[in-house]
Design a protein around this ligand. Structure first.
Ligand code: NAP
Length: 326
């Protein structure tokens, strides 16, 4: 084992600091495991991009996303979690302790790993979009739909997420327009039908988003180009929901542990165990389905408890009996 010293040898490393990683850090720190937490590319995760969070239990008057993440971090620090800036560029899970490379050159070694690197919402990358995040541009209808009661919104995308978000948004919005770049939808038939049968949903197909329009404070519409005629026009709207998919942040794990077809980490049964004993995963990096701060936090708690059991030599999961065993 090369380059191991007291500062880079850890019992537990936690990779990523969204709600999953920070909750894992609180639990692991309180269990005296002295977790070493690597902040990742987007410290605080996706909630850093939102404004008010109204559905996280315990905050009846809502809390700002960045404030909630700051609170979680302070709570973990209070119990001794150690935070380090940087992102993980490589791991070697074939030997013990596991080797983790941070910022391409810094080596760390850990007996157990919790991977909570999240998933990043894909963005359109058009003018006006990034400036309006939290001011009318959103990537989460469940989180922000409530703010658009009686308003007009646009959902961009033609997959299941777009259909689901649009259908959900009709509970609040007066009108929902789905904008998709092709005539054909990618979404499953059942989700398409549900959206097509909803009288509040309008369709603008074969149209490419060009820019998000705003009055400098709030979104006022989406400029789109008709792919047939080449003509542009602005669809007025108070909100633009971008639902063009997510990318799990697992590039550094390829070939190291089992991922599903979309690149999300496979976990075993109801545990957070992965195909490699001693490596656990929680939050959006293993959950393409729920993607909520509270579900991520819940799975972070599970991951820390699973790690504690693993380090005590207790069974978390019988890897030898698993088809995913290595
Ligand atoms: P997806 O299936 O990859 O669909 C993404 C959509 O966004 C596609 O229609 C794509 O257009 C469009 N798109 C991508 N990049 C774009 C860009 N730069 N500009 C404009 N449009 C763009 O992603 P998803 O809908 O998030 O679904 C991901 C997975 O989760 C799927 O397997 C889905 O079935 C599953 N899912 C299931 C449920 C459910 O069953 N309840 C709900 C949500 C998601 P093109 O079609 O032209 O490529």
């Amino acid at each position: 084992m090369d380059n191991v010293n007291a500062t880079n040898r850890h019992r537990v490393m936690i990779l990523g600091t969204g709600p999953a990683g920070l909750t894992a850090a609180i639990y692991a720190a309180r269990a005296n495991l002295h977790p070493y937490v690597v902040e990742g590319n987007e410290p605080g995760g996706q909630l850093m991009l939102t404004t008010e969070v109204e559905n996280f239990p315990g905050f009846p008057d809502a809390i700002m996303g960045p404030q909630l993440m700051d609170n979680m971090r302070k709570q973990a620090e209070r119990f001794g979690a150690q935070f380090a800036r940087g992102w993980v560029t490589a791991v070697d899970l074939s030997k013990r302790p596991f080797q983790v490379t941070v910022n391409e050159s810094e080596q760390h070694f850990a007996d157990a790993l919790i991977i909570s690197t999240g998933a990043s919402a894909k963005m359109l990358g058009i003018p006006g979009e990034s400036e309006s995040i939290g001011r009318g541009v959103s990537t989460c209808a469940t989180c922000d739909g409530f703010f658009f009661r009686g308003k007009q919104v646009i959902v961009v995308g033609g997959g299941d997420s777009a259909m689901e978000e649009a259908t959900f948004l009709t509970k609040f919005a007066s009108q929902v327009t789905i904008v998709h770049r092709r005539h054909e939808l990618r979404a499953s038939k059942v989700m398409q039908e549900r959206a097509r049968n909803n009288p509040k949903i309008q369709w603008v197909l074969n149209a490419t988003p060009v820019s998000v329009q705003s009055d400098g404070n709030r979104v006022t519409g989406l400029e789109v180009r008709d792919n047939e005629t080449g003509q542009t026009r602005v669809i007025p709207a108070d909100g633009v929901f971008v639902a063009i998919g997510h990318t799990p942040n697992t590039g550094f794990l390829k070939g190291q542990l089992e991922l599903d077809d979309l690149g999300y980490i496979r976990t075993i049964g109801v545990t957070t165990a992965t195909s490699v004993a001693g490596v656990f995963a929680c939050g959006d990096v293993m959950d393409p389905h729920y993607r909520q701060a509270i579900t991520a936090a819940g799975s972070g708690c599970k991951a820390a408890m699973d790690v504690e059991r693993y380090l005590e030599g207790q069974a978390v999961h019988d890897w030898s009996a698993s088809s995913a065993a290595r």
